[in-house]
Design a protein around this ligand. Sequence first.
Ligand code: PMP
Length: 393
Amino acid sequence: MSPPDRTPLEHIQEELAALEARGLGRRMRQISGPQAAELNVDGRPVINFSSNNYLGFADHPALRAVARAAMESDGFGAGASRLIVGNLAPHRALESRIAEWKGTDAALLFNSGYQANIGILSALLGPDDAVYSDQLNHASLIDGARLSRARIHVFPHRDLTALRDALRVGHAFRRRLVMTDSIFSMDGDRAPLPELVALAREHDALTLVDDAHAVGVLGEAGIGLCAGLPVDLQMGTLGKALGGFGAYVAGARPFIELLLQRARSFVFTTALPSPVAAFAGAAIDLTASPEGADRRARLANHCARFQAGLRALGLPTPAEPSHIVPIVVGGARQTMALSEALLAAGVFAQGIRPPTVPEGTSRLRFALMATHTDAHIDAALGAIATLRAEIPG
Ligand code: PMP
């Protein structure tokens, strides 16, 4: 309730002013041109280090052609939810392709990764259940857990001992689920997946792995990091390395059937446009092709080059080579000032602040792409070097 001496609008303006005062105001930059390694940000040509288009598929000519052809045959919008009149051939084909790719019984599409995670968790868990969540999991997992009304246990980042201790107690719950990002979106490091999945099974807990930043990029032929592991629910997005839009969950048929029945973010929303589904199917095929392998190899080279360059500047890097590389600065204002300074030097690396990352760990997040050149990577390192004195560590 707003205080009586202010109108609701004035109260909201104060809230916005308070965000600005803390250096936490967000604004949208104007981007023009396709999602490429170079683009225009607020009218200025820059090298793009802020995109999750890791393989450069978002503007791939062959994938554009597939989407165009689907639009010619089906039009664009699906017209209704999947369960009404929106269940089109490209949706079914994509789900079969994903299940085959992942080696699971079945898969189900969602309209975004955010919607997938809130749908999965709220359908699967209720007040009699418990969820065990890595401290640095993505917001969509956190929000899904909250929406489910299950008991939430947050364990320290990648800490299997703490997870084991938590799982040892709490057998009174109806259902228990351990959830983690496979690659952490703001840190670029990896969950200890084989050990975590084994631990969950040992304690009869289900597993949900958010593979959003690994799919297309990591694992054999870009299949992601769940391959060969008995993960119950593998969720991934179609909007990052695959270059499109939407998300999926893959798993055993009863899980998928339950989601189809009960996931509100699946049931109560219009189906993905048919060209979007067609694009994603072709993008999956491309990840498995020699071109996909070539792009992953180029990306891996960039990761090694960039991380070696950062280490030469005395900056810490993720333990494993990663296409997501944070430079932790600390304060929100300082981070945004550095991001602006980099932008002025033609390098766009978004500053990331709370609540996306914990208080005091604001950072520049560099995302590398296969379509970068060595010169792009070196330009970023050069720009960072000129600002080195302002970066702690
Ligand atoms: N999970 C993770 C780990 C993510 O980084 C993101 C996107 N930032 C999502 C889920 C949400 O996916 P989408 O953008 O498709 O909603």
